[in-house]
Design a protein around this ligand. Structure first.
Ligand code: SF4
Ligand SMILES: [Zn+2]
Length: 130
């Protein structure tokens, strides 16, 4: 996915984790998808999640979305994210043990305060480009 190239560091890692979870979810729920990758609907969800990560006002210090006081996802996308996490979270340990453990640890961190200004990945990219 080309958009993933815009992300880096923790945000890119989080996107890869989300991608792994969506693949597990899609394989079980949308078996008529093309043989490689995920179905159109899940691909659109990933693209949306990628944009949210790029624009996340916490930047690299992003908390887990579950505990975020901003809640930038649209309600139906938030619902889809919740479904995916609930289904794929417990199934991550065998295929992706390190991602699964990091995800669990992130979920245990306390909720943050409001975000600082202009630290999103998008802001930093713009600043780098001058
Ligand atoms: S829900 Fe919060 S932590 Fe998650 S991407 Fe949106 S602003 Fe960032
Ligand atoms: Zn799917």
């Amino acid at each position: 996915m080309a958009e993933a190239e815009l992300l880096r560091g923790q945000l890119l890692y989080e996107f890869r984790t989300m991608q792994a979870m969506v693949e597990i979810y899609c394989k079980a729920h949308h078996p008529l998808k093309p043989s490689k990758g995920v179905c159109q609907q899940c691909s659109e969800f990933l693209s949306y999640a990628n944009t949210r990560l790029d624009r996340c006002p916490y930047g690299q210090e992003k908390p887990t979305c579950n505990k975020c006081p901003v809640h930038c996802y649209k309600p139906h996308m938030k619902q889809k994210a919740r479904e995916i996490m609930m289904f794929a979270g417990p199934r991550m340990l065998l295929p992706h043990p390190i991602m699964a453990i990091k995800h669990l640890l992130a979920e245990r961190k306390p909720a943050p305060g409001l975000p600082p200004e202009k630290v999103s990945n998008r802001h930093l990219r713009k600043a780098e480009q001058g």
